[in-house]
Design a protein around this ligand. Structure first.
Ligand SMILES: *Cc1c(COP(=O)(O)O)cnc(C)c1O
Length: 430
């Protein structure tokens, strides 16, 4: 078949493809990683060290609690959970999620406030799709989690970006938020604890976010998938604590805190000033979307009450201790590297954003080239902030996102390789 044989054949058979996807394909983390990973030598002498995507589940030190594993086994063995689930999620799961989230709130959520989803990813898909009316726009953080941008593009929802400020501990530039919003703005997204920045928003800052959103009359979408994964001085405050001031949608899952991203169990929780979500078109849309998409497996849903209520504190503490140790190693080692600056020590999530000073490097011109050469020469994978082939990844050129959620000894090895790579490519005369 010739070069354009494929097109010709598709034309002859008369099946089309959704053109929207062409523009989105290159901007997902997975797409960017595929490009960087393609540089790795398969037969290289050293193991590949993945500091790009946060999936610690493959390291034995992050293995989930046996409480969760046994809850799933029991659910399967009982034979009671082989049917389809109800579309909003089975009632015991919704009750347990409402209780779990209410522990940290001054008010109580009800099971009716909860929608069970296939991970936090489906929660994002549903919320974005439900908001995307023609002409509407949404405010997204930069740097950000690219899935929001990809889903907005796919739904025809205009995305506008406000900055997170590295010199202010990655706080939201609220003046920029006010300047960006107009009468067609529907919501603002925040990720707390932050992916990709690794900071945790203070109670005081979130109160200001709530006031700003109230003034603008928009929803706050709080991605709290890293909720409680904090190890600095700032305690985690859920955005729903301000749910009496401004409508809040809390998105979460068991993927990160329980280190089981493959189990695909997440949620949307709604919370707002009295009556806001009653007879509400957005909530109707969420129900419609849940009706026309698939649900998390019933046996996973049925294990949720046990997982949320019975997980021992020691497990949570152990995970946070390893992350804290890893974040310390990461911050200290990165500080020793001349061409990298880390504006803010990570205090939550599994990531840190660092600036690449390309002017210190001899033969590397941007973040993408840096990541590709690092993969090729050292088999170490980190994520470039901005991708140049098409679109954005994290949205910040010449920054890098590094995850420290790997076994501490592998992390030290990876950062050692990163350092020798940077020294090897450093400008000799500065
Ligand atoms: C990992 C992640 C998600 C997706 O979570 P899943 O439960 O695995 O679908 C959503 N938002 C952010 C910020 C994440 O880092």
């Amino acid at each position: 078949m010739g070069d354009d044989g494929g097109h010709a054949a598709a034309g002859r058979w008369g099946f089309g493809a959704n053109a929207l996807l062409a523009g989105i394909s290159a901007s997902s983390i997975r797409a960017v990683l595929n490009v960087v990973m393609s540089e790795v030598r398969e037969d290289g002498p050293r193991p590949v060290l993945p500091l790009a995507h946060g999936d610690p589940a493959c390291f034995s030190c992050f293995r989930t609690t046996s409480v969760a594993e046994e809850a799933i086994v029991d659910a399967v063995r009982s034979g009671n959970f082989n049917s389809y689930a109800s579309t909003q999620g089975i009632v015991p799961a919704r009750c347990a999620i409402a209780k779990y989230l209410s522990r940290d709130l001054p008010h109580k959520l009800s099971p009716d406030d909860i929608f069970v989803t296939a991970g936090c990813s489906q929660a994002i898909e549903i919320v974005i799709s439900a908001l995307a009316s023609p002409g509407a726009n949404i405010l997204l953080p930069r740097p950000g989690y690219p899935f929001y941008l990809a889903r907005s593009a796919f739904s025809g929802l205009e995305a506008r970006h406000f900055d997170l400020l590295p010199d202010k501990g990655w706080e939201i530039d609220l003046e920029a938020v006010e300047a960006l919003a107009d009468e067609n703005t529907v919501a603002i997204v925040l990720v707390n604890p932050s992916n990709p920045c690794g900071n945790v928003f203070s109670h005081q800052h979130l109160a200001k976010v709530a006031e700003t959103a109230k003034k603008l009359g928009i929803l706050v979408i709080a991605d709290e998938v890293y909720g409680h994964l904090t190890f600095g001085n700032v305690p985690f405050t859920p955005m729903a604590a301000f749910g009496k001031i401004v409508p809040v949608l809390t998105l979460g899952s068991i993927s990160k805190r329980w280190v089981v991203p493959g189990w695909r169990l997440g949620w949307i929780a709604k919370c707002g000033p009295d009556g806001v979500f009653e007879h509400n078109k957005f909530v109707d849309n969420v129900r419609v979307l849940l009706n026309i998409t698939t649900d998390p497996a019933t046996f996973i849903q049925s294990a949720v009450p046990t997982i949320l209520e019975n997980t021992e504190n020691e497990f949570f503490q152990k995970t946070v201790d390893i992350l804290k140790k890893a974040a310390d190693i990461c911050y200290d080692k990165l500080k020793e590297i001349d061409c990298i600056t880390c504006p803010h020590k990570p205090e939550g999530s599994m990531f840190v954003m660092v600036k690449l000073n390309v002017s210190h490097l001899e033969d590397i011109h941007d973040d993408t080239e840096f990541c590709s050469m690092l993969a090729k020469e050292e088999s170490v994978i980190v994520l470039p902030g901005k991708k140049h082939y098409a679109g954005v990844s994290l949205g910040l050129k010449n920054w890098l996102r590094v995850t420290f959620a790997i076994e501490p000894s592998s992390l030290e090895e990876a950062l050692g390789r990163l350092k020798s790579f940077c020294n090897r490519h450093a400008k000799q005369s500065k």
